[in-house]
Design a protein around this ligand. Structure first.
Ligand SMILES: [Fe+2]
Length: 174
């Protein structure tokens, strides 16, 4: 059996704030919306993938917005370092806090949506390394300097290898 990840559904309170953040800051498109059942709460579907009707859906049913949710974070991969920088620019443009964290295998930004649901956006590095790992990185570095820094910071950690090698080992795992 192989389970392909498809989507995550999150309960929210303020659909206006949430929609603004996920569409304007994170570039999602609304694919459908409507009441779940007659007179029930609205569900708003979003995607960035034409093959996936929704990658995220928000049910407008949350009663209280506190400082935390039980969701730790949802994570999105971007294909290039430049795209990761684009996310940083968008967050900077609305003065939105984020934590630049490097796991050795990825360069990430961690932040929260307007209702404290955790989000990570990352791009892969060319390496793998035993996890968990997490070291803050300088988000103003250019791509080459960032990758040089990653290699220096993680090269002595256990399991540090070029990614192709770790993929081969995973495939051969029982
Ligand atoms: Fe993560």
């Amino acid at each position: 059996m192989k389970l392909d990840w498809s989507h995550t559904v999150i309960n929210i309170k303020d659909s206006e704030k949430i929609l603004d953040f996920y569409t304007n800051t994170l570039s999602f498109k609304i694919s459908d919306r409507g009441p779940i059942i007659e007179n029930g709460p609205e569900i708003i579907f979003m995607s960035q993938d034409p093959n996936e009707h929704h990658q995220l859906a928000f049910v407008v049913s949350r009663e209280e917005v506190g400082t935390q949710t039980s969701l730790n974070h949802i994570s999105f991969r971007v294909g290039t370092f430049d795209e990761l920088k684009k996310v940083k620019e968008r967050l900077d443009s609305i003065n939105h806090d984020y934590l630049p964290l490097c796991h050795g295998n990825a360069l990430s930004f961690y932040f929260s949506d307007p209702e404290q649901n955790g989000i990570e956006v990352f791009t892969d590095t060319p390496w793998d390394v035993d996890q968990p790992q997490g070291v803050p990185w300088d988000p103003d570095l250019d791509e080459q300097s960032a990758l040089e820094w990653v290699e220096q910071a993680f090269i002595d950690e256990p399991g540090f290898v070029k990614r192709e090698k770790s993929i081969k080992e995973f495939v051969n795992r029982k």
